[in-house]
Structure formats: C-alpha cells, structure tokens
Design a protein. Structure first.
Lengths: 146, 556
C-alpha cells in the first residue's frame, strides 16, 4: 500500500506533501525508513523530506495509538469549557496532548478549530464527532474504544 | 454524461434535467453539515432512506443528503420541499412520521419551530427567526442540491454564468464587471478582487495561476467549509470565470485535510466538471483551457497566509515572504498568482449573471453584497448566517442569534478569531462593514463572530489567543516569534496574580513592536485582540494587576 503511494509520485519532487499526507493517513506515522524511501523516489534531499515532516503538525515521526482522541481547543469550544474537558481527558488517559500511551491505545491531541462551533465543546475520536461533550460523559465515550 | 462542446449543449442538458424533475414532488433534505454530522445526522439520513423504501413511497417522495442548512445548534436539520418546511432536532424515531406526512403534503406539527419566549410556531424557513432576517444569496441553494451531483447544481441554474462569460463576454468585460461590482475580498483584507485580478492579468508572464483559499484557519469560522462542502460547484464556477478573465491556465483549491466530506465533495465536483467538459481543453468550445488541482493544508495555521500557502502548494514549508513581493505578480513558482477566499469566488457567478448594478444595490456604501458570518459563542442560535453588508450587529446577535442563553447579559462581541478584536456590547448598533469594524478595532476578518457573556474573563481570552498564536508562529522572523512569547508571559503572570506595575506599558510597547516588525499578517495582527481588549476593557487588567500585587504582599 505504502509502496503504491510512493510509486504514484516517483520522480515528482513537487508532490512531496501529497505523498507524505497519504502515507500518514494510511500508516498513521512516518517511520524513518519510509521517509528515506520517499526522499529517494521523489528525488528530494532527505533533509527536505524531514523538514516538511517535522514542520507540519499532521505528520507524526513517532507511532500513534490505535485511536486518535482530539479535543477541539478553538475559540468557541474554549469559551464553552474545552479546557475542563481536556483536563478530564488528560486524567482518564494519563496523557498530555501529543502523547501516546505505552499500550498504543490512545493518542491525545488538541485541535483547533474543527468547525463544529455550534455544538462545542467537541470530542473527536478517529474522526467521529461527539458534540456538546461534558467532562462527565467523556469517560463513557472512550469506553467504546478498545 | 457526454462532454459538452457548446453553451447550447449545456442549456439543452439543463432542460433535460429540469424536464425530468417535478417541482411539486415532495423532497426531504437532511443536513449533513459539520455540526449536524456531530449530532449524528447520518443515522437520521439512513433512517429516511430505509423508511422511504419500507413505506414504498420512493415514487412520491425524493430524498437527499445536503450540505449545511445553517441553523447548526438545532441539528439534525431536515427541510421538506416544496415550501421549505423546517424540522429541527430530528431523531431516527421521528422519521416514519415525517415520511408519511411528506407523502401526503402534510406537516408534523410537533417537530416545527416554536419561539422559546412566546411559543409562537414557525413552519416554513421564511418564518423561522433565525432564517427570516437573512439574505441567502450564496448559501440559499445548499439545501436544494446534493453536492456530489452536478445535475443538481445545473438544475438550479449552475454554470449559466460561465456559459454567459465564455459565449457573450470578452475576458476584459468579465474583469470590468467584477471591478464595477466592487467585490471586496472576503478572506479578511477586504481588498477589491477586481484590482487584484487586473494585476495578475497584466503581469508580463504567460503562465498564470488562480487559487481558492479554503484554509479557514480562523478560530470560530466555519462558513467557508459549509460553502465548499455544500456547494463546491459554485466556488468552482467562480474560479473558472476568474481564470478566464485573468488568462490563467491552472487553478488550485487549497483547503483543510481534516474534513473528509469536504475533500470528497470537491474531488467529485472536479471529476464531474472534467467529464462534462467544464474543465480541460477548449471549455464549451470557447478555446479557453483550464484545469484545477486540489491541495491540502496539513495542519499549520500560517499556511492560510497567501504567500505561505503558495510555498505549500510548491511542496515546501509554508514560510511567508515579505509583502513587497506581490504574489499577484510573483507567486507559485514565481509566476503571477491570484488568490481569493472561498466566499469571494462564490460571489462571482451571480455578479456575472445579474450584473454589477444588482450586486452594488446590496450592502453598505463601501462594502457591497452579502457576507457570510459564523455565529457562535454564548448565543442561543448558532450557525452559518448570510446578511447584507451594513446589517447592524444587533440584528445578527439578537434577531437572528436570539441573544445570550439562560438570561445572561452579553459583554462583548469578538470578530476575526485569533487576529481579530473584541468590542464591548455597547457598540452593538455598529453596522457589519469592512472599514467601520476595522476602525472600531474588531475587523470582521473572514467572518467568525463570537458572542461573549458577562462571565467572560477578557484577560484570559487575550492569553488564550496568544497561546494559540505562539504555537502557530512559523518562527522565521524574530518580532513574531519572540514578541508574542513575551506578551504571553506577561499575561500569564497577570492571571496568576503575579502582575507588576508597568505591565500594561510593557504590553503596549510589545504590541507596537510586534505589529511593526513582523514579516506577515500573523505577527502583524497577533496583538490586535490584545490591543482591542486594552482599549475597551483596560480597567479589568488594572484591577487584576492591583489585586494580584495586593495578594502577593499579603503572602509575604
């Protein structure tokens, strides 16, 4: 699968971000060997590939958990209590934003602004949105994920 | 569908599509917008599909999943045409009743809007307070089309402006019409789009690019996503017309990667437009060639800045360039590149179809047309709103928004996200206008309007916004990287009760240096919220510093 993505962009240095985005979506992180393969195939210096991968927040150079738990920290969600929700999730998962637990179950992330302001604060797990989230209900939502 | 060779063939196809449709046939439109999706509108939509089959009424009732209807906090939204009967907070168990009554042309009384104060009913969209004070020129079609089907867009008159431009107007005439309409950029700057187009058109290079900025990084802004997801063809039509006027051969749509339905809808729209020959070589037999590629931001705020965005399209890190190099002359790969916001492009087809005189008849003296506003925060009715420019903020916050929930008093109105500004509620009669709002210190930015209630801590809001920007600064220039960090430190100290004498003077100095010295708009405007808060809410800062130092001396 990853090889397919790399082949699709072989010889196209301008497609570096496209290639890395697709691999990130597929593999959920970018191991060093894959970065090297991408750089070779797209004919860009390895340092440039690493610069892109470390600059943009979507790319992860470390493995992520099976489930990505996002708390929207945009302005409206913040006004409506996102900080308390985040504190609760930090407590439940034992993680700080950006961290992954040792069993690789959850990665906790802060994201802003995800555009569902009317139903904030929002919890998003693997892309599924849970609107009007309260710290009390957050534990129940996470229980559904193994 | 076959590739269309002429504008006559396009009109023929439109007639065929319209003839096959019965406008009096009931149609159920379920909102699949971002907020409704978060309230599980997908389950409601699935229930409708199953129920229509179960009741055997597929021949009598149409059904579609659409983009954002607008009234987001009341989702899942369902609209039943003809007549636009609005149902709110629809659950899967309500579905059988809605289907049965739609088939009979009746209304489900218990699901219609009731005024929370008076209990008065509002059945049709034109009677619901949230909608009735709006002028929905840009977003009005969204509930009427399935955004993944080009036929739906053609049925509501889509691509007729493109046909008109290509067959009846020269590229200069198109440009003159947009200039005459005084269409100002909706992304934040309010710069006249026609003038920008002209600069790129007149630039000496032959290769030219046009770009849709759909990055929408402004916190609390969600209307561009609603527009692009709910009616991608309208934005695309505007872009193709603009490319024709400017003489560009290649277009880019740059948008967020974290909204799967948006990416899907844009991709489908591009494929369908190509298939019909509305993109590609010799569009509608005019001899004009144009193609569009989709690019994604991969998660950094500054890439919404025009020069940074262009670096990102080239495949580089999105570091902005100094502004004396104008991107309209030297942008992507140093070629002339005209960038406009989603909403700006979406305005173009209607200006071509109905003329600049029609467009300038709407709005205020210097801000023409309508404006999309994302209304959220401490407000009863929240969602995507479209009003004529010049509408008083009071209309938006109270008549449309229904005021602050739970009887609390409003304190401030914030516009423009992390680089905008806050004004006290006493200024609520100010009109929504580029220049007027900028003068007050709360430029409308892209159009995210936040209502803050009496319990809002303005110092904490200023700290929060700077904290966001500190993390998003690309770090290329020192004033932005360090200036914001120092401001954040002072604000954090004030909040923690460690405020010191002259902190406000230090903040005033820092805001000035950062604004003057930074390379791009992120740094230049990073202190705008703080400036506006110091301008209107200074006593709060002073009181907090005084209280903090008093507590500190007691502790000693």
């Amino acid at each position: 699968m990853i090889d397919g993505i790399i082949e699709k962009y072989r010889g196209k240095p301008g497609a570096l971000i496209h290639a890395l985005t697709e691999i990130q979506h597929e593999n959920r992180w970018l191991p060093r060997e894959i970065m090297q393969k991408v750089a070779d195939a797209l004919e860009v210096p390895f340092s440039q590939a690493m610069q892109i991968a470390s600059f943009y927040k979507t790319f992860s150079l470390t493995p992520k958990g099976r489930h990505e738990v996002h708390v929207c920290t945009g302005m409206t969600c913040h006004l409506r209590g996102a900080a308390k929700l985040m504190a609760k999730l930090e407590e439940i998962t034992g993680l700080k934003p950006g961290e992954t637990d040792t069993q690789a179950k959850f990665t906790l992330e802060a994201g802003s602004c995800l555009g569902s302001c009317s139903i904030g604060p929002e919890l998003i797990v693997d892309g599924k949105h849970y609107g009007r989230m309260t710290p009390e209900r957050a534990a129940d939502v996470l229980k559904q994920y193994e | 569908m076959p590739s269309l060779q002429t504008t006559a063939e396009l009109e023929e196809l439109r007639e065929q599509i319209r003839a096959a449709r019965d406008p009096s046939k009931p149609c159920i439109a379920v909102c699949g917008g971002a907020a409704c999706d978060g309230l599980d509108s997908a389950a409601v939509a699935a229930a409708f599909a199953a129920e229509i089959a179960a009741q055997g009424v597929a021949a009598k009732v149409d059904f579609r999943i659409t983009g954002c209807h607008g009234y987001c906090n009341k989702g899942p939204n369902v609209l039943v045409g003809p007549g636009d009967v609005c149902y709110f907070e629809v659950k899967p168990e309500d579905v059988p009743e809605v289907v049965a009554s739609a088939a009979k042309g009746e209304v489900v009384d218990r699901l219609v809007y009731r005024d929370p104060a008076t209990g008065e009913k509002a059945v049709h969209m034109s009677e619901v307070p949230f909608y009735k004070h709006q002028m929905r020129i840009l977003i009005g079609d969204i509930p009427r089309i399935d955004p993944t089907r080009i036929a739906d867009y053609l049925a509501v008159g889509g691509y007729s402006a493109l046909a008109k431009a290509l067959s009846q107007m020269t590229s200069d005439q198109v440009l003159q019409e947009v200039k005459k309409a005084n269409l100002r950029g909706r992304g934040g700057g309010g710069f006249p789009a026609g003038l920008k187009w002209e600069t790129t058109k007149n630039a000496p290079e032959k290769t030219k690019y046009v770009i849709v900025n759909g990055h929408e990084g402004e916190s609390g802004a969600f209307m561009d996503r609603a527009m692009l997801t709910g009616n991608p063809h309208r934005v695309l039509e505007g872009l193709i017309i603009g490319a024709y006027a400017i003489g560009a051969q290649q277009g880019y749509i740059y948008t967020r990667h974290d909204s799967p339905s948006m990416a899907r809808h844009i991709t489908a729209a591009l494929e369908q437009a190509k298939e019909l020959g509305l993109l590609g070589k010799n569009i509608l037999g005019s001899g004009f060639d144009f193609d569009v590629e989709l690019h994604f931001d991969v998660g950094i705020f500054v890439s919404g800045e025009s020069s940074a965005l262009m670096r990102s399209i080239e495949g580089n890190t999105p570091e902005p360039r100094p502004k004396y190099i104008r991107t309209s002359v030297s942008g992507i790969w140093d070629k002339p590149s005209n960038l406009n916001n989603v909403e700006t492009w979406a305005n173009v087809p209607e200006i071509i179809n109905r003329g600049a005189d029609w467009f300038t008849s709407i709005g205020s003296e210097k801000s023409k047309g309508t404006k999309l506003v994302s209304l959220s925060g401490h407000v009863v009715n929240s969602g995507v709103v479209e009003v004529p420019m010049g509408t008083p903020l009071r209309t938006i916050v109270f008549d449309i928004g229904g005021g602050v929930p739970e009887g609390r008093a409003p304190k401030a109105i914030h516009f423009g996200g992390a680089m905008g500004g806050s004004i006290p509620i006493s200024m609520i009669d100010a009109p929504l206008d580029f220049d007027g709002m900028a003068k007050l210190g709360a430029p409308i930015g892209a159009g995210g309007l936040l209502v803050m209630d009496e319990d809002t801590d303005m110092i904490e809001m200023a700290r929060y916004l700077l904290d966001f920007l500190v993390k998003e600064s690309c770090g290329k220039c020192t004033p932005c990287r360090e200036g914001m960090y120092q401001m954040l430190k002072i604000l954090t100290n004030i909040i923690e009760g460690k405020g010191r004498k002259f902190d406000l003077e230090r903040l005033a100095d820092l805001t000035e240096v950062t604004s003057l010295g930074s390379l791009c708009a992120l740094g230049k405007t990073s202190s705008d919220p703080l400036k506006s808060m110091l301008r209107y809410f200074k006593p709060e800062f002073e009181a907090r510093i005084a209280a903090g130092s008093a507590a500190g001396s007691e502790a000693k």
